[in-house]
Ligand binder design. Structure first.
Ligand code: PNS
Length: 165
């Protein structure tokens, strides 16, 4: 193998408000395929989240620390610019169901057309195929049990945040 080859880098982008076991499964699997995985937390000023971007980053860092090759950062703007600035050639996304595919394909083709960055899809673990941050927040808001759907630090943060709201 060529010792000089570039380090393989990929990015897992998203809102992560908050990170779920479904996201974490994708990041964990990507971290086995790449030397470094960047988790890019999108800043969307027009959408107020349950958690601030800084809180989301802290939770993701805590949940991914054991993988040893995950970098968590906020980003504002186009994902292709984030990739270009860091020399990242690949975006890794989870596909939960066929219903995800239309929009994900559009974004993958747009991003490739803009900059040549490739998108690789990993099929979501079927255990999490129904899972989204929005549903977790809704169920938790009404007192439903989400302990099997989010990592422990996120569960604690959700309980704490919803108790205050
Ligand atoms: O977790 P989400 O909200 O489904 O993530 C969507 C995200 C952040 C991956 C997507 O909206 C995105 O890449 N936004 C950055 C802005 C951008 O590059 N838009 C053009 C997409 S083709």
């Amino acid at each position: 193998m060529n010792e000089e080859r570039a380090l393989r880098r990929a990015v897992c982008p998203g809102s992560f408000d908050p990170i779920t076991n479904g996201h974490l499964d994708i990041v964990a699997r990507a971290s086995k395929l790449y030397d470094t995985v960047h988790v890019a937390v999108m800043i969307n000023k027009s959408k107020r989240g349950l958690f601030t971007v800084e809180e989301r980053i802290a939770l993701i860092e805590e949940c991914t620390a054991e993988y040893g090759n995950v970098v968590v950062e906020a980003f504002h703007g186009l994902l292709v610019d984030y990739c270009k600035e860091r020399d990242i050639p690949a975006i890794v996304k989870g596909l939960r169901a066929v219903s995800d595919f239309d929009y994900e394909l559009q974004m993958a083709q747009m991003n490739n057309g803009l900059s040549g960055v490739e998108t690789l899809f990993i099929p979501t673990n079927p255990v999490y195929s129904f899972l989204s941050s929005s549903l977790v927040k809704e169920v938790a808001t009404w007192g439903g049990d989400v302990s099997h759907l989010v990592p422990e630090p996120v569960l604690r943060a959700l309980i704490d945040r919803l108790a205050k709201d």
